[in-house]
Design a protein around this ligand. Structure first.
Ligand code: ADP
Length: 454
């Protein structure tokens, strides 16, 4: 659902003094809210039209370093400005911060006023438009898994990220008592996000000590991505307000399960579920079969957008519910893709590959593009797999490392055709940089292993 405040509502709240601050944000390459805090009076008088930011913001890494090698933004061109154009349909209150509202922006070129091609929101909008041209609307839901820790982010950082104590001492999958102990954080997360206009379904304990999940009702793809980014931000902020830490790092300990972000997808035509055919097996329409065939076939090409960091690949291990194979199954959690809601209008495909660190705009965009490719090329879906897919030697693997995923991204004709060479080159550079940074580091593991014994 779009924001809950119209621009007129916002003006009323600003004049009665109940809102004094507007967070004017866009989503960066990492999926984070980035922007400025405006005095609300200034926002409703002038900044609602546009504001500006440095164009390096869509070419930094997680630590705000400015790597070289990007064609669109670099020292040679002097790091100019982008326009941040508020999308006034996304205004909403931020109930966990006093007197505050939020608006999401599209990022535009300073000179041409065209969308910046590698801006995540622009990338998703382009694929939504392609799907609309075929007569379909994508509805999506991204699950958010994360870990809650006893101490705050600031305390944990000061202690060098050591001795991390998750909030719970045992696997809390669907646990009610343990999750009751977490209600000081989780209840405000649900209620504040709901009041901000996000259709919150539930939170639950997940399959590891301290692990939680937030489910948001499925929505048109752009709204879904907006919901995800706002929710992830809110979870970190509300945990921090309560003296706790929430982490979306996919794998923070080698002997613990990682965190994912499964993506549920369905197509609709004229308000009807286009994936549903009540006379077909599982209720799966021919259209759904073709969409899934594209999704599965091109998964290696787009894995980078589901797993963008070195750490993301540590999550993909056998027997942890994190999939390694690009096959599908019916209600089987060991495959990369799962058909859910069979024989009902809710029939949909869930991609289980993505980690909790994915950028929802990019992930949804490339999956819609793969689905469109399946539809356009009338691709045939292979039969479902059964049993433990981890043991299926014939099933296609997804790239197992960031290095491998970077190479499939770089060489993907499919992604170059649908996203454009400039966008693929931009994200390939981001992927390379991530690996280069890692390769420069001497890890604790190397020292402990070799210091004495090498
Ligand atoms: P699970 O058993 O995986 O928890 P749920 O029934 O809770 O499954 O649904 C998971 C997600 O799928 C929810 O966020 C829900 O809104 C979403 N969902 C339900 N129907 C559809 C659909 N037709 N298309 C896309 N997502 C859907």
């Amino acid at each position: 659902m779009p924001g809950t405040l119209s621009f007129d509502d916002l003006k009323t709240r600003v004049s009665d003094g109940s809102i004094d601050t507007v967070l004017v944000c866009f989503v960066d390459m990492q999926g984070r809210l980035t922007g400025k805090r405006f005095h609300a009076v200034n926002f409703v008088e002038t900044a609602f039209k546009e504001t500006h930011c440095c164009n390096y913001l869509l070419a930094t890494d997680l630590e705000m370093a400015t790597p070289d090698g990007y064609a669109s933004t670099n020292w040679e061109s002097g790091y100019g400005d982008y326009i941040m154009a508020p999308d006034l349909s996304t205004i909403r209150p931020v109930p966990w911060l006093e007197g505050t509202a939020l608006v999401l922006c599209d990022v535009l070129d300073h000179h041409t006023h065209e969308p910046v091609p590698h801006s995540p929101r622009a990338i998703l909008k382009k694929q939504i438009a392609r799907l609309e041209a075929l007569g379909y609307e994508a509805k999506m839901a991204t699950e958010l898994e994360f870990f809650l820790f006893e101490k705050s982010l600031d305390e944990i950082r000061k202690s060098g990220f050591r001795d991390l104590q998750p909030f719970s001492s045992y696997n809390e999958d669907y646990h009610i008592f343990q999750t009751t102990k977490e209600e000081d954080v989780m209840r405000p997360i649900r209620n504040h996000l709901f009041a901000a206009g996000l259709p919150i379904e539930n939170t639950k304990g997940e399959a590891e000590a301290g692990q939680a999940e937030l489910n948001i009702r499925y929505a048109p793809a752009l709204d879904c991505a907006d919901h995800h980014s706002i929710a992830k931000h809110a979870i970190k902020e509300i945990a921090w307000q309560n003296g706790r830490a929430a982490s979306f790092l996919p794998k923070w300990a080698k002997d613990r399960v990682g965190s994912s972000s499964h993506v549920h997808q369905s197509l609709w035509k004229d308000g009807e579920a286009a994936f549903y055919d009540k006379s077909a097996k599982y209720g799966k329409s021919e259209l759904m079969g073709r969409y899934m065939a594209g999704l599965i076939n091109y998964a290696p090409d787009y894995t980078y957008f589901l797993a963008p960091y070195v750490n993301s690949y540590k999550r993909f291990s056998k027997g942890t519910f994190a999939p390694t194979k690009t096959v599908w199954s019916v209600d089987n959690r060991t495959a990369g893709f799962r058909l859910c809601g069979e024989d009902s209008k809710g029939v949909r495909v869930e991609c289980r590959i993505g980690g909790s660190d994915l950028n929802p705009y990019l992930a949804q965009a490339v999956m819609i593009a793969a689905g469109i490719k399946g539809i356009e090329d009338k691709m045939e879906l292979a039969p479902p797999t059964t049993g433990d897919v981890y043991q299926d030697a014939k099933a296609q693997d997804i790239p197992q490392t960031l290095r491998a995923a970077t190479e499939t991204l770089r060489g993907s004709k499919f992604l170059r055709d649908v996203l454009g060479d400039d966008v693929v080159d931009h994200y390939t550079r981001a992927a390379e940089w991530e690996q280069e940074e890692f390769d420069r580091v001497v890890t604790d593991w190397e020292i402990a292993r070799g210091f004495e014994r090498a």
